[in-house]
Design a protein around this ligand. Structure first.
Ligand code: PLP
Length: 235
């Protein structure tokens, strides 16, 4: 992990720019999210000083501790698996939730919004491959969830998120990213939601994700360096 945070960020932006050029996309259509699990408040501050505004946390409990200690102008999203019984606190802490992976959780987020008067923008997490992440909706179950979402007043489906199976070669992830975009195009036409956002791509495969249409890349290791091992990254 060479250089300062700011040098690493510049290099990432250069690589995103090159991927956009290759795909004929506008680089302004890609946001960098710092996936900040396990990073202490000093690291959050350093990232914020370098211009990062968007942060993703995996656990409600960690967000509850860190967000109040961080600069107040940052935007926090929940990106880890969320238990239904923590939906209310997640809605309070986070502006958006990327990891809605069941109808039950969607309904819980909506109910939490009813209580607090908040409309929560969410992403549906899709298990495109049927393997890889153990979380995520099977594609065949999504139309039904979109239908439910149309009846809920306190959630808005902004887009889709996926985590492809881990692999050495970033190209291995390409078919999964592409499939997510194709599913989005298909569901957009049939649902009342524009589904503009695609949350996909991490440290080792973000350029491939950008080429395939990512609007948010979730970057941890490449920004902050290797993490301390975490017992589990779900909430
Ligand atoms: C940790 C994490 C990331 C970032 O992973 P890196 O490989 O370190 O970039 C992205 N998304 C989710 C959901 C994560 O838990």
């Amino acid at each position: 992990m060479a250089g300062t945070f700011s040098e690493r960020l510049d290099e990432i932006k250069r690589r995103i720019g090159a991927a956009c050029e290759k795909a004929g996309r506008d680089p302004d259509g890609v946001r960098i999210m710092a996936a900040s699990k396990t990073q202490p408040p000093e690291k959050i501050r350093e990232a914020a000083d370098c211009g990062i505004k968007l942060f993703g946390e995996n656990r409600v409990q960690e967000g509850r501790q860190k967000i109040p200690l961080s600069p107040s102008n940052l935007e926090w999203h929940m990106i880890g698996h969320l238990q239904t019984n923590k939906a209310r606190e997640a809605v309070r802490l986070f502006k958006m939730i990327h990891s809605v992976d069941s109808a039950k959780l969607l309904a819980a987020v909506d109910a939490a919004g009813e209580q607090t008067g908040r409309l929560t923008p969410v992403f549906l997490e899709i298990n495109v491959s049927g393997e890889g992440s153990k979380f995520g909706l099977a594609p065949e179950n999504v139309p039904e969830v979109l239908k439910l979402a149309n009846d809920l007043k306190r959630v808005e489906i902004k887009g889709l998120m996926t985590m492809p199976p881990a692999a050495e070669d970033p190209e291995t992830a390409r078919p999964f990213f592409r499939r997510l975009r194709e599913l989005r195009d298909q569901w957009r036409d049939r649902s009342g939601f524009s589904l503009d956002e695609l949350s996909m791509g991490m440290s080792h495969d973000f350029e491939v994700a950008v080429e395939e249409g990512a609007t948010i890349v979730r970057l941890g290791t490449i920004l902050f360096g290797e993490r301390q091992k975490q017992a589990n990254t779900e909430d």
